[in-house]
Design a protein around this ligand. Structure first.
Ligand code: AMP
Ligand code: MG
Length: 344
């Protein structure tokens, strides 16, 4: 049986936090909100506890976990050395949605690192995440709290849908703030490499470290690349049950293409949902607005995919955005969720 703990995101009940922290300290699993998406946590230093995360999610064993700590100084326990460039990124963006990869110390079990010699770490700002980790007093390994391959959960309800009776506790604090997972930067190479785009954008990173590079996988040009720097890069991800057709390119041409595709799937007898940015005249079985600006799209993206799934559509035609700034992170998720990508 999973314990559900409902808390106020801004002023969480200390009793609830203590209960969840006790479960983590005794080797159990707790799903909790962060500013990005919900995470499924366990003691990062206890390989038996960490195995429960992989099992609950059905996560491939070669996909390492991000370790969450309460304070910047706590990474000294996990990382062998901390390059100057990393200190500068931490000065600028921690606490916050930025994950940094370091060479790991022996204390980090190979289960957490999925057999790699590195460890990924971040310090979340969400009050619930921060208090929970502080109270537990241990580093918490936490991937997104979804069944592996599904869109990441951005509400407590979605976590309950995916993980009820698969984990020891779920802290439900409503909607997360950003809606996309953290930006991941590999600090073990020179220059550092952006492995996963997020709400801290490439421009943000380059304003501090002009030489940060991007891994070509994140542009989606090489979908089936084998030489992924981050194990998670090679998996299909974020995909709802319905087939997602992404329409990207010229904003002026997207609406007509979306309608044309919707009509053609409809003619094949399929139930069609569309996920678009603006309220234009569309004909489809279900129409969801993800809106404007990009921050809004990011916050709603995964929840909208899940909502359309709940409405039992078979095809989701999703309007893309320009892949600049936060748009790069949005398109990275959409392309990974895609069954087919159409350019106009
Ligand atoms: P998730 O926690 O589900 O958002 O996934 C964590 C992401 O961070 C995945 O894409 C992992 O592959 C990546 N990651 C975690 N640890 C490492 C590491 N040591 N080296 C490279 N990538 C990592
Ligand atoms: Mg994930």
């Amino acid at each position: 049986m999973t314990i559900i703990l409902k808390v106020d995101a801004k002023k969480p009940s200390i009793a609830a936090i203590k209960k969840a922290a006790a479960i983590l300290k005794s080797g159990g699993t707790v799903a909790f909100p962060t500013e990005t998406v919900y995470g499924l946590g366990a003691n990062a230093l206890d390989s038996t506890a960490v195995k429960k995360i992989f099992l609950a999610k059905g996560r491939p064993q070669d996909n390492p976990l991000i370790v969450h700590v309460a304070h910047r100084d706590d990474i000294r326990m996990l990382a062998k050395s901390i390059p100057k460039a990393a200190e500068r990124l931490m000065d600028a963006f921690w606490p916050g949605p930025l994950t940094l990869i370091f060479r790991k110390k022996a204390i980090v079990p190979s289960t957490t690192a999925a057999g790699l010699s590195t460890v990924a770490v971040r310090v979340p700002t969400h009050p619930v995440a921060n208090l929970l980790i502080r109270e537990a007093g241990i580093p918490i390994a936490a991937p997104s709290a979804n069944i592996s391959g599904k869109p990441s959960p951005t509400t407590g309800k979605e976590v309950i849908n995916d993980l009820y009776n698969r984990v020891d506790a779920i802290i439900d604090a409503g909607h997360t703030y950003i809606g996309l997972e953290s930006t991941v930067v590999d600090m073990t190479s020179s220059p550092p490499v952006l492995l996963r785009p997020g709400s801290i954008t490439l421009d943000d990173l380059q304003s501090v470290l002009p030489h940060v590079e991007t891994h070509m996988v994140i542009h989606g040009k090489n979908k089936r690349v084998v030489l992924a720097r981050s194990p998670g890069m090679k998996y299909r991800h974020y995909a709802p049950e319905a087939h997602v057709i992404v329409v990207e390119g010229d904003a002026a041409k997207r609406p007509a293409k979306i309608q044309e595709l919707a009509d053609s799937y409809h003619k094949q007898g399929k139930k069609v949902g569309i996920m678009v940015r603006h309220r234009l005249k569309y004909a489809a079985d279900e129409i969801s607005l993800v809106g404007d600006p990009h921050e809004t799209v990011a916050r709603r993206l995964f929840a909208t995919l899940r909502d359309l799934d709940a409405k039992k559509v078979e095809v989701i035609i999703a309007e893309g955005v320009k892949d600049k700034g936060l748009g790069l992170a949005i398109m990275n998720r959409l392309r990974k969720a895609a069954y087919r990508i159409v350019r106009v």
